[in-house]
Design a protein around this ligand. Structure first.
Ligand SMILES: Cc1cc2nc3c(=O)[nH]c(=O)nc-3n(C[C@H](O)[C@H](O)[C@H](O)COP(=O)(O)OP(=O)(O)OC[C@H]3O[C@@H](n4cnc5c(N)ncnc54)[C@H](O)[C@@H]3O)c2cc1C
Length: 373
């Protein structure tokens, strides 16, 4: 049996970033069920940092994470963690009011440019003429999820921490102030503290430990890639999103990607794209842009896992000692990962609270178990 101070269950961005931060204070071991890190949600995202997502709390977590992406710690990554990609939120006449509402909400987090029809089409010539209004954040960032995951892993290892893959946890017991975690391969690991960063499976992991579930809801989202019209200057295109949750698209490895922003309830699973959502992505792309979606080159789906109030759940469980929740990152888990890791570090290792605009109560998982009690 191996022993450490903290076991992190889950080698996605949540688990690895928290593990890296905690490894400054403790002996940390990450257990990941798959053969590779980032196999589930963290490897299937749209990889954007933007503010047209979530509410004030999510935006505050995103804003607090920005400095990390712009200047990561020394030795974190050889490659930049991302590159600038403008974010354009566009609207038709009937969506104008919604755009104004969104602009008012985002304005305190990002410096926005308000665009008229000419400005919208200069920034994104692919849109149909009925896109009359827009707001643009020219400081949007497209992340490199590989660099982000590997950077956190590198930090973890440099501090003496450890990652083990192919270690799906199937049994969790507590005795004498210590958790013992047993994996499907029969290996056992012990630690006084567990961090539950199992993404869509976090409620299942809680059940294994006899901890009350918090009612997480995984929802599937689909992405397709296809060719841009000949002559499109892909390097200049923004991440373009409808003001409502209908469609986003952006350049992707010499092509375009698009999502119909589907949110289909799912079991925790290796999500696969459904034909309907693939067709919906193509339909909405043709509805809002001048692009004809020909051959679909690739398609994938991933789960975005939400709590009931769509805020993450970060903090110790009230019904078990040493069981820490780090779950419910929805569609913003990459862009908030530095702040979330620093919050986990603060609550577990006692460092200063890193995000003054967000209270620990707002994130406390107890808000769900209290209601259920
Ligand atoms: C299509 C799509 C687009 C998105 N776009 C964005 C975006 O633009 N910006 C953004 O910030 N976010 C985006 N997201 C959301 C983001 O990807 C997630 O919030 C984030 O990846 C969640 O990270 P995680 O580590 O919690 O989950 P995961 O990456 O799923 O990691 C959880 C890990 O736990 C492991 N695990 C589960 N059970 C066990 C067990 N019993 N034992 C051991 N290991 C276990 C799993 O194998 C998995 O690797 C998007 C997501 C999708 C699907």
């Amino acid at each position: 049996m191996s022993s450490s101070d903290i076991i992190v269950i889950g080698g996605g961005i949540a688990g690895l970033s928290a593990a890296a931060a905690l490894s400054r204070h403790a002996r940390v071991r990450v257990l990941e069920g798959e053969e590779q890190i980032g196999f589930h949600s963290s490897g299937r995202s749209a990889t954007m940092v933007h503010y047209a997502l979530g509410d004030r709390l999510v935006r505050a977590l995103t804003l607090a994470s920005r400095p990390f992406f712009d200047s990561p710690p020394e030795g974190f990554s050889d490659a930049p963690l991302g590159h600038r990609m403008p974010v354009l939120v566009h609207a038709r006449e009937d969506e104008r009011e919604a755009l104004e509402g969104l602009e008012a909400e985002i304005a305190r987090f990002a410096s926005l440019e308000r665009l008229d029809a000419i400005g919208v089409h200069e920034l994104c010539p692919l849109l149909k003429p009925d896109a009359l209004f827009g707001i643009a954040d020219l400081n949007g960032t497209r992340l490199d999820p590989h660099a982000l995951l590997q950077g956190n892993l590198r930090l973890l290892r440099r501090n003496g921490g450890n990652l083990q893959t192919n270690q799906r946890v199937r049994q969790i017991e507590r005795a004498d102030g210590c958790w013992t975690v047993t994996t499907e391969r029969g290996d056992s690991h012990s630690a006084p503290t567990i961090v539950n960063a199992a993404g869509s499976w976090a409620d299942e992991v809680a059940s294994l430990a006899g901890v009350r579930r918090i009612g997480l809801e995984p929802k599937r989202r689909t992405i397709i890639t296809f060719d841009a019209p000949p002559g499109t200057d892909l390097g200049r295109l923004p991440f373009a999103k409808t003001v409502g949750d209908s469609l986003y698209f952006a350049p992707e490895s010499g092509r375009l990607f698009a999502s119909p922003m589907d949110e289909v309830p799912s079991e925790p699973t290796d999500a696969q794209p459904e034909e309907y959502d693939v067709a919906l992505a193509a339909f909405r792309m043709e509805e809002r842009t001048k692009v004809r979606v020909g051959r679909i080159h690739s398609r994938w789906a991933g789960l975005r896992t939400f709590t009931a109030d769509r805020h993450p759940a970060v903090g110790f469980a009230s019904d078990a000692d040493g069981f820490f929740w780090l779950a419910g990152q929805g569609g913003f888990g990459l862009q908030t990962s530095p702040a979330m890791a620093a919050i986990a570090e603060s609550l577990i290792a006692g460092t200063a609270w890193p995000v003054p605009d967000v209270s620990s109560e707002a994130l406390d998982p107890v808000r769900f178990t209290r209601q259920a009690a």
